[in-house]
Design a protein around this ligand. Structure first.
Ligand code: UT7
Length: 315
């Protein structure tokens, strides 16, 4: 992984402002206590997964010192594409002026970025591409029910991107471990969609149920990733988790015996940006120069499907 970039919409909405704007019976105290969220960024009219993804990718390429013409694969994890097709990845490819290679979207909800890393890594290892942009880009504000306080306070919009390149050496993705169990699809899903109701549909979540799955499934994915590489939790330098809830993030930090300063946290400012949350966290940490060569990063996520997974990578 050469570098990471991110983009967040300009409209920063605090918990109090959100409650005012949408007439919600909620409070800043409830949201902060239960989730750690203080604010979120919301896309402006006209902003989309592709427009934000282009900005995030451009920053990632610039930081990596890679020209867009060198990119031969664009893989975008999103549950909120601009339209059913062309894929958001193809729109981003065109927006960056890339005319070669391939581009496609992948849908695994909040686990989308881990899935996309897994796919990109496998394609690089099998020689199908050499330089890949892997992007998470979401506009959940467009699929939220703004009258449902149990879900609409939790999410935000944004995009993050990383540049992967086939290179010899110690750094890079060690392994990814992805899982799905569709029996639990009903506890976090979008009601309706282009192929059923013809519309976009709205997000529904049984939060407490998802929370229970999150703690056990993330723990097992983390153990699996460490065991596959004969590594111990003490070897992990940074936890870069999906940013859904500070209580879940803290539980994973405790499991790994990592102090808070070794956990990249953005949920307080970004809220849950689904597939964009991990690359946005990576982008922030890279911007602050937090990762050093040789650091071991552990990425993990769970989301609708249910899907979940973890990636270990050497910086
Ligand atoms: O990104 C994909 C993965 N997603 C996740 O990992 C999310 C996992 N779940 C969670 O993070 C938490 O379950 C939530 C943050 C969604 C909810 O927290 P909770 O501690 O599980 O709360 P709860 O759902 O058990 O609700 C507690 C109470 C309820 O009232 P009663 O039934 O106890 O009277 C809710 O109606 O809080 C009430 N409530 C609210 N009150 C004020 C729910 N939403 C709100 C709200 N403001 N926005």
């Amino acid at each position: 992984m050469l570098s990471a970039g991110g983009y967040l919409p300009a409209d920063v909405v605090s918990n109090d402002e959100l409650a005012r704007r949408y007439g919600l019976d909620t409070s800043d105290a409830w949201i902060q206590e239960r989730t750690g969220i203080r604010q979120r960024h919301l896309a402006a009219p006209g902003e989309s997964a592709s427009s934000m993804g282009i900005k995030a990718a451009a920053q990632a390429l610039e930081r990596a010192g890679v020209d867009a013409s060198e990119v031969d694969a664009v893989i975008v994890a999103t549950a909120t594409p601009d339209s059913s097709f062309p894929a958001t990845a193809v729109r981003i490819q065109a927006g960056l002026g890339i005319t070669r290679g391939f581009a496609f979207d992948l849908l695994a909800a909040c686990t989308g970025f881990i899935y996309a890393l897994s796919v990109a890594d496998a394609m690089i290892r099998t020689g199908q591409c050499r330089t890949a942009l892997v992007i998470g880009a979401e506009t959940y504000s467009r699929i939220l029910d703004w009258t449902d306080r149990t879900t609409c306070v939790l999410f935000g919009d944004g995009a993050g991107a990383v540049v992967l390149r086939a290179e010899e050496g110690e750094s890079g993705i060690l392994s990814s471990h992805i899982h799905a169990d569709g029996r639990h699809g009903g506890i976090l899903h979008v009601e309706g969609g282009p192929g059923s109701t013809g519309g976009t549909g709205l997000l529904r979540m049984a939060g407490r149920e998802v929370f229970k799955h999150a703690v056990t499934k993330l723990a097992s994915a983390v153990d699996e990733a460490l065991a596959a590489n004969s590594l111990a939790r003490e070897d992990v330098t940074w936890l870069v988790p999906h940013q859904a809830n500070i209580r879940i993030i803290d539980a994973m930090g405790r499991k790994l015996h990592l102090p808070r300063e070794r956990v990249v946290v953005t949920v307080d400012r970004h809220a849950n940006t689904s597939a964009a949350s991990i690359p946005l966290a990576l982008a922030e940490a890279v911007g602050e120069g937090r990762f050093k060569p040789g650091d071991l990063l552990l990425l993990e996520a769970i989301g609708g499907g249910l899907t979940w997974g973890a990636t270990l990578l050497r910086w």
